[in-house]
Ligand binder design. Structure first.
Ligand code: NAD
Length: 342
């Protein structure tokens, strides 16, 4: 049995505690939050769990094997580092840290101590994204021309992170799993409409050496909630709508073909192909449940998580690069072959 201590019981922490409580091999041993009223809820839901406003008590408890950190991003490094230094396996919420330097330090510490460092990029574990990744990796779409995402809604305005860190982070992690390459340049524009607050709207473009282009439109100031992705390939295309209850993914056998004949090229002869559409059946298991089981498996069997610190670092590096570009009004920021700033 892996005893888990959860730090942070605000919006997301309760989802972690609930899923760990239902995960075979895991036990919610303790919960820490600065707010004792939130801990009152914990005491009712998990009467056997220890509760405290001092996270240090979880770290000092030798019976706790792993710590899950679900506090604001600015606290991830300090809490994560303290957990690793206490010899605890670590689950960190996304994005793993504020800076790539902090992420690297955490990775080194976890490696040195042979501890599991898991980053909760939840979308990667949803049935829809897992299916999408499987279809793309099987080559069914052919060459990937573009990835186009829109994540907009009204709020929740964050005080410490921009909309890139809050919403585009999902596209960065999905792209990391979807494509066999990392972007080599990023350009982003964005704005904060309310002085003194982080940017609430951004348009981010990622460029890849293969010719793939990826774009994310993220916005906390939209009247409606939209969560859609389009992927265009040379053979097929995919649409993803996260708000669809069941048919979230649709695969379209549509495309275009250009002739090799020089005469016809001059005449712009393009063939349009429209075939069938199908909606694959999806595994509806809650992503956090799958993640919880994977986390326990990694701890028990010394495995590397699919969303390990290195994936978390690549995502933080993209957030940094996109933010730098945005603050220079869309200036292109070059990345090295590993997807990070040179
Ligand atoms: N994976 C996902 O899809 C997903 C979704 C939402 C939020 N998150 C992430 O989860 C984290 C928390 O977000 P949230 O929306 O739950 O924030 P929140 O503000 O609702 O909750 C944070 C909680 O942490 C507590 N806290 C802060 N510092 C603490 C400390 N030193 N010791 C103990 N408790 C402390 C606060 O009292 C608060 O209750 C963020 O990193 C966010 O990006 C991830």
């Amino acid at each position: 049995m892996i005893n888990i201590g959860v730090i942070g019981y605000g919006y997301w922490g309760p989802n972690l505690a609930r899923n760990f409580a239902e995960t075979p091999g895991a036990y919610v041993a303790a919960v820490a939050d600065l707010d004792d009223q939130k801990l009152e809820v914990v005491r009712r839901r998990y009467p056997t769990a220890k509760t405290t406003t001092r996270f240090q008590e979880l770290l000092q408890d030798p019976s706790i094997d792993a710590i899950a950190v679900a506090t604001p991003v600015r606290t991830h490094f300090e809490l994560g580092m303290a957990a690793l230094k206490s010899g605890k396996h670590l689950w960190l919420e996304k994005p793993m840290t504020e800076t790539s330097l902090q992420a690297r330090v955490l990775i080194d510490e976890a490696d040195k101590r042979r501890l599991v460092l898991f980053v909760d990029h939840t979308f990667i574990y949803t049935g829809a994204i897992r299916k999408m990744v499987a279809i793309v990796k099987a080559g069914e779409l052919g060459r990937i021309y573009y990835y186009d995402s829109i994540r907009v809604n009204l709020g929740l305005f964050q005080r410490d992170v921009s909309v890139i860190s809050d919403l585009a982070v999902h596209d960065f992690s999905i792209l990391d799993c979807l494509l066999a390459e990392h972007p080599t340049a990023v350009s982003a524009s964005g704005i904060n409409h309310f002085p003194g607050t982080p940017e609430n709207l951004a348009y981010i473009t990622l460029f890849y050496d293969s010719g793939t282009i990826a774009h994310a439109n993220v916005n906390w100031l939209a009247p409606v909630k939209v969560r859609q992705i389009l992927i265009g390939g040379s053979k097929k295309m995919i649409t993803y709508d996260d708000l669809e209850p069941s048919e979230k993914i649709k695969v379209y056998d549509k495309g275009v073909s250009f002739t090799d004949d020089p005469q016809q090229i001059r005449e712009m002869r393009i063939g349009y192909r429209t075939g069938d559409m199908w909606a694959p059946r999806l595994d509806l298991t809650e992503a956090l449940r799958i993640e919880g089981e994977h986390f326990i498996d990694c701890i028990e069997n010394s495995k590397v998580p699919q969303t390990d610190g290195r994936l978390g670092l690549r995502v933080v590096e993209l957030i940094e690069a996109a933010t730098n570009s945005m603050r220079c009004r869309g200036e292109t920021v070059q990345l090295n072959a590993a997807g990070s700033s040179p």
